[in-house]
Design a protein around this ligand. Structure first.
Ligand SMILES: Cc1cc2nc3c(=O)[nH]c(=O)nc-3n(C[C@H](O)[C@H](O)[C@H](O)COP(=O)(O)OP(=O)(O)OC[C@H]3O[C@@H](n4cnc5c(N)ncnc54)[C@H](O)[C@@H]3O)c2cc1C
Length: 204
């Protein structure tokens, strides 16, 4: 633990952390700690220590070569609901894009796939099927499967828990002020249709 200069609320040591949006400047929501890096400081000053910190900082689309074409702007490649770029007849999909109606990128695999289908249909002059945002994210970290259906980010504690987080297997619900819900399956194998149904279900 040598080298941790700021640890007012140190959490139990974890073996591994994956984090995004890290940096050393004051605008980064999460800060890497130490040299070599062995912890992450959260905005509320919580410090999470780990044997290994995997940082995904710097995941920035390489769109500089498009500057001057009118396709990319300071937010990267803006698209509308039909995946049309700022230039009619040119369509884009995936991590490099952001939905102009939302205003920021959502670089998940499910969104890239949803947009690819719409961009292809639009380019062929066919009606677009589905929405260019698919509120579904999955990942697997050290054997723990995580599936999330619903809007992100999540704020505050979940409103409902099935299972047991400390035992590594739980189904969590966050209710948002606009009436939508986000369901998180943590370490519990739950079919995607069930998660989507739970996210659509009215509040109990
Ligand atoms: C480390 C990591 C972990 C991730 N984990 C998850 C996860 O657990 N779950 C999840 O949902 N998503 C995850 N993602 C995100 C997911 O990989 C992306 O959302 C998805 O791959 C985006 O697909 P894409 O086709 O838009 O871009 P990419 O898959 O990045 O494909 C873009 C392709 O374009 C090529 N290319 C780039 N520039 C040029 C050029 N000028 N000319 C020609 N070709 C070019 C690239 O080489 C690349 O092959 C992860 C991403 C990373 C980096």
């Amino acid at each position: 633990m040598a080298g941790v200069s700021e640890r007012p609320r140190l959490q139990p040591r974890r073996s591994w952390l994956q984090t995004t949006n890290c940096g050393s400047d004051s605008t980064s929501p999460v800060r890497l700690v130490g040299n070599p890096i062995h912890a992450v400081a959260l905005p509320d000053a919580t410090v999470l220590a780990a044997d290994v910190v995997v940082s995904c900082a710097g995941e920035i689309p390489h769109t500089g070569w498009l500057h001057g074409t009118g396709l990319a702007d300071e937010h990267d490649l803006g698209i509308d609901e039909k995946c049309t770029t700022a230039t009619p007849g040119i369509y884009a999909a995936g991590d490099v894009t952001y939905l102009r109606s939302v205003g920021h990128r959502a670089p998940f695999r499910s969104n890239a796939v949803a947009q690819a289908k719409i961009a292809a249909a639009s380019a062929l002059g066919l009606p677009a099927q589905g929405a260019p945002i698919d509120d579904y994210f999955w990942t697997q970290i050290l054997g723990v499967a995580i599936k999330i259906v619903g809007p992100l980010p999540l704020h505050g504690p979940p409103s409902h828990i099935d299972g047991n987080l400390t035992e590594g297997s739980a189904l969590l619900t966050w209710r948002h002020s606009d009436g939508t819900a986000t369901i998180v399956a943590y370490g519990v194998r739950t079919p995607l249709p069930r998660l989507r149904a739970l996210a659509q279900a009215p509040p109990p």
